[in-house]
Design a protein around this ligand. Structure first.
Ligand code: SAH
Length: 499
């Protein structure tokens, strides 16, 4: 009979936060193993101390390195792999001899724990039980006394060891977040919080439920004083019961945000963060409906035709100190609200209102990806709507693009009230391009009624085109290719033939 392996969570520090099961198992174990750095002190060992009997074999698993450099031929990874192999072999020897082994783990064993390396190597070979523990995440929230996540909020847990850009993106799009593994990563974490606009919300918890515990706003923390046993917390944004209508803190601004052509998969982390941070959302109702509802946030929906009024309305709110997100689909600078806002912001009384434009994925790129790579070479983007420019100008531009053999991405091709443009554009293009030039008709790309098809230019039927459709008309080089699985792909070679 082999012994049993136990991965035992000890909680964050205070021995009274250990589970009853953990205490029982530690008391009964033949062997108690724990990891430590080369200095040999083990926080896990000290938390478990009062439950040890004194007659047990103690296995110290001493890391050969922690953050320093190594001359191991496999580098840092190689040195650690050797260490884990050797440590698990030591535990296996006890298990083979029939001894029960408890591996102590600060917090929870399966949450960024050293125990995991033993588990991976041993759990399939020996009967194993994992005893969960209170993580530093719960411990920190308890010490702050604020909710971590409420209602529809999501919690993001981030190792501070990620690159700063990655930290920034994760934080920008997070609701609540906990950043682990501070210490020497602290300056980068602080910069990332600042860049994500979240520094003011961030709390710092050091040594929760251990000696020397302290909590303070993260912005007040001296970087040189930060140990590894500390976390940063962005708590729940759901307002407490006694909160009044959210009063804007600091000066207002307008952020023009593109949500991408469809759902959240194509929303950038930056745009998601800006939408969450806004006190007010302004936009066409259809686009506002794509943005998750947040308690306390005001929504000002309107129809799609009053861009200038909407822009002034948003700027007025910002002038009164509100943080306003103007919501567009796709990219806000492509046939959308960014221009209207900047135009209005150029005149009194809005000249001093801060305006930012955040990019989004534009419909042409989403549509192209579904078809293959039709925009792989030079292309032109034209809106077929004659509401804001005369058809003669549109026709001239189509001719110029056709003569230059550019692929064309056509936005706003038609609607219930604009039914002639697609037919006119097709006939005009047929003067320059072959009848079987591929045309991608992409409708509701990324949405629930997505339909993407390729037809011959000569067969382009205006009745099949509506406001949710984008057209991509190939150049003389664009190819339509059948794949073995029966699907078709459209692509434009990057190399153009020489004369
Ligand atoms: N700012 C938006 C474009 C607004 S103009 C962007 O960058 O994508 C509106 C036109 O965009 C529509 O008439 C249609 O041609 C196109 N469009 C937007 N979303 C689309 C989608 N999911 N699928 C196909 N076309 C789309």
């Amino acid at each position: 009979m082999t012994g049993r392996l136990y991965g035992v969570g000890l909680g964050p520090g205070d021995p009274s936060l250990l589970t009853v099961r953990a205490a029982e198992l530690i008391g009964k174990a033949d062997v108690v193993a724990y990891h430590s750095a080369r200095h040999g002190r083990s926080i896990a060992r000290s938390i478990a101390d009062r439950y040890l009997t004194g007659g047990q074999i103690e296995e110290k698993l001493v890391y050969p390195i922690t953050v320093e450099t190594t001359d191991h031929p496999g580098g840092y990874r190689g040195a650690l792999d050797d260490f884990y192999e050797e440590a698990s072999a030591r535990l296996a020897a006890h298990l083979d001899a029939g001894r029960d082994v408890v591996v102590l783990a600060e917090g929870d064993p399966l949450f960024y724990g050293s125990y995991q390396h033993m588990h991976k190597r041993l759990a399939h070979r020996y009967p194993t039980e994992v005893v969960p523990g209170v993580t530093s995440v719960s411990a920190a929230a308890a010490r702050l006394g604020t909710a971590l996540v409420e209602a529809e909020e999501t919690l993001t847990i981030i190792p501070g060891t990620l690159p700063e850009e990655e930290l920034t993106a994760r934080l920008a799009s997070a609701d609540s977040a906990v950043i682990m593994k501070l210490g020497r990563t602290f300056p980068a974490v602080r910069r990332a919080l600042e860049r994500a606009g979240r520094l003011a919300d961030a709390q710092y918890v050091e040594r929760a439920f251990m000696d020397g515990e302290r909590t303070l706003p993260l912005a007040e923390v001296d970087a040189d004083s930060v140990p590894y046993f500390s976390v940063a917390v962005l708590p729940s944004k759901v307002a407490p019961l006694d909160a009044a209508e959210p009063e804007p803190d600091g000066p207002g601004e307008v952020v023009v945000v593109g949500t991408g052509p469809a759902g959240p998969l194509w929303l950038t982390p930056e745009a998601r963060g800006a939408l969450a941070a806004a006190t007010d959302l302004v936009g066409y109702t259809t686009y506002l409906d794509r943005v998750p509802v947040r308690p306390g946030q005001l929504r000002h929906g309107s129809d799609n035709k009053v861009e200038a009024e909407r822009a002034e309305f948003a700027l007025d709110l910002a002038r009164r100190g509100r943080r306003v997100a103007v919501v567009s689909s796709g990219d806000p600078g492509v046939f959308a609200m960014a221009t209207a806002v900047l135009e209005a912001a150029g005149a009194d009384p809005y000249r001093s209102v801060p305006v930012r434009v955040l990019p989004g994925m534009t419909a042409a790129h989403a549509a192209a990806s579904r078809a293959g790579a039709p925009l792989g070479h030079d292309y032109a983007v034209v809106s077929l709507s004659d509401r804001l420019k005369p058809w003669t100008v549109i026709a001239e531009r189509l001719r110029a693009a056709a003569a230059a053999d550019l692929v064309l991405a056509l936005y706003n091709p038609g609607s219930k009230s604009r039914t002639t443009q697609v037919g006119l554009a097709r006939d005009l293009m047929l003067e320059y391009r072959a009848a079987d030039t591929p045309v991608v008709m992409a409708r509701d790309v990324g949405g629930p009624t997505e339909r993407v098809r390729t037809v011959r230019l000569a067969d382009l039927d205006p009745a099949q085109v509506d406001m949710r459709t984008l057209l991509l008309i190939g150049s003389s080089q664009t190819r339509l290719v059948q794949r073995d699985d029966g699907t078709e792909v459209v692509w434009t070679p990057r190399r153009y033939p020489e004369d």
